[in-house]
Write a protein that binds this ligand. Structure first.
Ligand code: J9T
Length: 253
């Protein structure tokens, strides 16, 4: 997959794209990154990318022309048509399902918005607006990095074991089960003995139930779309009931 990013702060991407897992993925050829300076598509001496809003009001608005030129030129540089993403707080909220959709594209072109906003005509050349959550940031650069990280780790050959992508939390629609490593006993806290038993079948069952327990307690909203057996669903409901019973406190009569 190829990912192009257009930003007015291209230099902040280098350490992220070159470091750790993303750098390894790039070196392996699993993904190709290119970061571009939006100012390269301006045509004035000051390389202006924003301007005052028509109608007045605070802040500045990103001008449409540099973004249109950047998207058109970058699209034409490669025969694969890019899927164009604009990072902005009004976009579709990023979740693992959207990450999987984006990871399946041959080519992504991410345009980083600024918090004041972009000229609305930019939306005509964007395939999808993406938000990473309900909060405002100063710019779309961190969201772009989040998207790149989440999408890159799903590219074939990037994860050490392909099973880890499958197995983990949101792929099941559940949060992750509790994990432990050595020492088996630490400051009086012991690892659940089942994990030391070597009985892989029972360990898998325990993990599944603990994942359900954790999801029921922390993110019960996820249970509605999780793939659970009737028995597992009953277990989740019992966990939720027990918790609300506890919250009611001791019986007063
Ligand atoms: C300027 O961009 C943002 O503030 C932004 C972009 C994407 N997701 C967000 N939650 C915020």
């Amino acid at each position: 997959m190829r990912i192009d990013i257009v930003s007015i702060f291209p230099e902040i991407f280098e350490p992220v794209l070159g470091g750790s897992m993303l750098g390894i993925a790039r070196d392996k050829g699993a993904v190709e990154f290119a970061v571009h300076d939006l100012r390269d598509w301006t045509d004035d001496k000051h390389r202006t990318t924003d301007d005052y809003p028509f109608g007045g009001g605070p802040g500045m608005v990103m001008k449409p022309e540099p973004i249109y030129r950047a998207v058109r030129e970058l699209a034409s540089r490669d025969p694969r048509r890019p899927f164009v993403v604009l990072t902005c707080p009004q976009g579709r909220r990023l979740d693992q399902r959207l990450v999987e959709e984006l990871a399946a594209k041959e080519r992504l072109l991410i345009v980083c918005g600024r918090y004041e906003g972009v000229d609305d005509r930019v939306r005509d050349i964007v395939d999808l607006e993406v938000s990473i959550g309900d909060y405002v940031l100063t710019g779309g650069e961190l969201p772009a990095m989040v998207i790149v990280d989440a999408v890159t780790r799903l590219q074939p050959g990037v994860l050490a074991s392909p099973a880890s992508a499958e197995e983990e939390s949101f792929s099941w629609g559940l949060l992750e089960y509790p994990q432990y490593t050595r020492p088996a006993s630490f400051e009086g806290r012991d690892v659940p003995p089942i994990l030391l038993s070597g009985d892989h079948k029972r360990i898998a069952q325990w993990r599944r139930l603990e994942a359900i327990r954790r999801t029921a307690l922390r993110r019960p909203d996820l249970l509605a779309s999780a793939d659970l057996t009737d028995e597992e669903r009953a277990f989740a409901e019992r966990i939720i009931e027990e918790r609300s019973d506890q919250a009611k406190g001791p019986c007063s009569d």
